[in-house]
Design a protein around this ligand. Structure first.
Ligand SMILES: Nc1ncnc2c1ncn2[C@@H]1O[C@H](COP(=O)(O)OP(=O)(O)OP(=O)(O)O)[C@@H](O)[C@H]1O
Ligand SMILES: [Mg+2]
Length: 291
């Protein structure tokens, strides 16, 4: 028996053989964890951890698209004196990357509250919210602010424009949260003000704009950073049919161009019907209405 065979026999008697071992070690030596940790038990543990994470990620894929937003048992209550309003009651749902989801429901049913929680603008009393792989409910205020600045666009129901800043300044405020140089926003800025027809109102304060113009400025502000996800709270609420249709086309076009995820609260069923799925909110309880 030659030396090689002797070795193989010894390995077999210990419960494994080394056929294919060089390929295996070559593969694991090239893994990111192995490069960081060197060899040994630590390396094996790290590789197992990598594989487990990959499995978790793979589980999150549906029909080849990854889950971008995931809410699990999310609860938000408002306490006033001795009464408690449960605005969001154990919401559990997920939204895929590049999906367009509409949320409908009666006034006061909890739609805006849910959107604010998902966008990291408010914290739930219970439950977890994962956005783009980050559990935002665990992030501290600084990390959450940075994450929001780079990934989330929010169109508020009541616009929330800062009254002391002009339309142009309001649109550019989110760019201060990102590390990219100002010149990189020029193309997007020009495109947005032209599509939203606000080029001639840029140097006016919000109080000098009509409701519809304020809404369009708020939409430009939400899109200026080319965010990964856009939360839109009745973005066409103040607009006439023609303007509402134009805004919807802009949001859908941007979503297509950037692969964005779009989550929109709307009372307009003709808009909701264009979504991939429609959820209904009723007394804080979210349910799937149409998929
Ligand atoms: N800051 C707050 N303090 C106390 N209660 C609140 C607060 N914000 C919202 N609520 C209550 O939570 C419930 C849900 O409000 P929310 O604004 O989410 O409803 P909505 O579905 O967006 O309604 P609308 O269609 O009118 O915009 C309502 O009963 C509301 O009064
Ligand atoms: Mg609302």
């Amino acid at each position: 028996m030659n030396e090689q065979n002797k070795g193989n026999q010894q390995e077999e008697s210990r419960g494994f053989n080394l056929d294919g071992a060089s390929e295996f070690f070559g593969r694991i030596a090239g893994s990111e964890s192995a490069k960081k940790l060197g060899t040994g038990r630590k390396m094996v543990a790290a590789i197992q951890e990598e594989a487990r994470e990959r499995e978790e990620e793979a589980k999150k894929e549906k029909h080849g698209r990854r889950v971008y937003l995931e809410c699990t048992d999310v609860v938000k209550q408002y306490k006033q004196y001795d009464s408690v309003v449960t605005a969001v009651n154990r919401a559990t749902f997920s939204v895929l990357e590049n999906e367009f989801v509409a949320i409908i429901g009666a006034s006061g049913s909890g739609k805006s509250t849910l959107l604010h929680l998902c966008a990291g603008l408010d914290r739930p009393n219970a439950g977890t919210i994962r956005v783009g792989g980050h559990v935002i409910t665990n992030l501290d205020a600084d990390a959450l602010g940075r994450f929001r600045g780079e990934n989330i666009g929010m169109i508020f129901q009541n616009h929330n424009l800062l009254p002391q800043f002009t339309a142009m300044e309001n649109i550019l405020i989110p760019t201060l949260m990102c590390s990219k140089p100002g010149s990189e926003y020029e193309g997007t800025f020009r495109q947005l003000i032209s599509s939203l027809r606000i080029a001639d109102r840029l140097h006016h304060l919000p109080s000098e704009l009509s409701g519809g113009q304020q809404q369009r400025v708020a939409i430009a502000r939400a899109l200026i950073n080319s965010p990964r996800v856009v939360f839109a709270d009745e973005p066409t609420g103040n607009l006439d049919r023609a303007n509402a249709d134009e805004v919807l086309e802009l949001l859908l076009h941007t979503r297509e161009a950037l692969g964005q995820t779009l989550i929109m609260v709307t009372h307009d069923m003709s808009i909701a019907e264009r979504a991939d799925r429609i959820f209904r909110m009723e007394n804080g309880v979210l349910s799937l209405m149409k998929s």
